[in-house]
Design a protein around this ligand. Structure first.
Ligand SMILES: [Zn+2]
Ligand SMILES: [Zn+2]
Length: 230
């Protein structure tokens, strides 16, 4: 169990294979139920079990995710490797895949079987039709939205219940991890008066005041706004 105990509830859910509980927890930060989230929960829980990777969120276990979509929220909740605790490394290649590794770099990478996922999709025609209407075309009425959210949770549970043997592929791997995150001093920007990490200073002031090209992760991936890549 984790040293601080803050995540004991999650480790226990993983230990007793409470996929439904983990899915509900993940949906509470993700905001909706979807197959990608379910796949992330399934993958993350299985990786934690296989690596016995319960930890205290101090960068002793690192997740390297390869997508910034729904999948990654399932990974953050189940593995405890998050954007905020610096145990989440993001590689911008757009795959629903993740590697969970110990500090020495030894880990397990998991990706999903697209044929198996496609088979699941074809066996849920009502969910797919409602997904098209409500999510892709954004033209569902209130009754459609209610029906869709019920179907979405059922469908996510179906992904979980289909299980990792059928949907996921695992490989033992070794990854190059960044060193432990340095602790940075805080500086006060002489121009705007806001506090910022010393490591981000540009000409002694904050990046915004220096009008630096700040890399940004949004729905399009990691970009520099000054760069025309979209
Ligand atoms: Zn989603
Ligand atoms: Zn400033």
């Amino acid at each position: 169990m984790g040293v601080m105990g803050a995540r004991d509830r999650v480790w226990a859910m993983i230990g007793r294979c409470d996929g439904e509980g983990l899915l509900d927890l993940a949906a509470s930060i993700h905001g909706h139920y979807c197959p990608g989230l379910a796949l992330g929960v399934l993958a993350g829980a299985e990786l934690v079990r296989q690596l016995a990777a319960d930890h205290a969120g101090m960068e002793d276990v690192i997740a390297v995710v390869e997508t910034n979509n729904c999948f990654s929220d399932g990974i953050q909740v189940t593995t405890g490797c998050t954007f905020g605790n610096n145990a989440l490394v993001y590689r911008d290649i757009g795959k629903n895949s993740v590697t969970l590794a110990r500090r020495d770099g030894d880990g397990i990478r998991v990706t999903y079987d697209p044929v198996a996922m496609d088979g699941l999709r074809r066996r849920a025609p009502e969910f797919e039709a409602m997904f098209q209407l409500v999510v892709r075309e954004r033209r569902g009425n209130e009754a459609d939205l209610i029906r869709y959210s019920k179907l979405a949770r059922e469908n996510a549970l179906r992904v979980l219940n289909t299980g990792s043997d059928a949907l996921l592929r695992f490989e033992v791997t070794s990854v190059e991890l960044p060193p432990l995150s340095p602790m940075h001093d805080t500086l006060i920007c002489g121009s705007c008066g806001e506090a910022f990490m010393a490591s981000r200073a540009v000409d002694g002031i904050c990046g915004d005041c220096a009008q630096a090209d700040i890399p940004c992760l949004d729905g399009r991936g990691i970009r520099c706004p000054g760069n025309s890549k979209t």
